[in-house]
Design a protein around this ligand. Sequence first.
Ligand code: NDP
Length: 293
Amino acid sequence: MQLLDGKFVSEKIKAEIALEAADFLASSGRKPHLVAILVGNDGGSETYVASKMKNCEKVGFKSSLIRYNTEVTEAELINKISEINFDSEVDGLIVQLPLPAHIDPEKITEAINYKKDVDGFHPINLGRMMRNLPCFIPATPYGILLMLEAYQINTSGMHCVVVGRSNIVGSPMSVLMARNSNPGNCTVTLTHSRTQNLKEMVLQGDIIVAAIGKKNFITADMVKPGAIIIDVGINREVSTETKSGYKLYGDVDFEQVAPISSWITPVPGGVGLMTIVGLLKNTLASAKGEIYS
Ligand code: NDP
């Protein structure tokens, strides 16, 4: 078993991004700029946004956090988004999910100018991704591709089984792994909660992408020996063992599965760190006008 080490790969790529951000500053007179909107104070969301902002500063980007309490209306949010859409000094705009129940996440996603949609959730970016056209790829799947690339894993011809079909992880991941590119060129099976014989399906995977949201869901008896395991899950549990007061678990039972896998991402220290890299790369590409002019 070998580790797909998100800490090592993310630090390496962030050093490259920092150099490019410095070049951008020298030539344009400004830093790439990411704006995040956070509604409410959900513990997980607070942590993710803080980490995104901190990483922006680390690579020499400007970052701005706009906070609202949970009473904010959908119209207020959309007004703010429209204002930012027209701000030529903002390259990327993300709205941290989940949102309170009275706000429709689809409306919010579509309100963001797709040219600043560095989370890659806007239908135009997803549509362009389907057609293998330049676009912002959703940050988590993008991070996974960068990880596979960093370890020079040739996925061509492999059977990739994705567990979970969310719009932000499972579905785009299935599209990307089936595309005619490397990483990609896989035969893909996309599974979900209605899939029959899930164990038999997952057992066929040369690559298994687990994006379910259930601690230790993928067990050793579901994994073909030698498979590559990508664990997207972040399941937080209260713990007295850690300073933060909680502990993170993946969707894969790491202890059991690691010994029979060829490559595996740990949790924490795997896909989560690469997601930030995906977001930073999209923001830099936006600033440089590499995707849309
Ligand atoms: P969602 O809750 O949106 O989707 C979960 C998916 O898992 C659904 O498609 C659901 O099926 C499927 N599922 C649930 N139960 C089962 C089951 N028993 N058998 C098969 N499939 C099942 O989650 P996300 O995709 O947003 O996130 C998944 C996990 O990844 C979470 O732990 C989340 O915290 C984490 N995450 C991590 C990121 C990172 O940076 N590392 C980024 C984003 C998410 P159905 O559609 O039928 O309901």
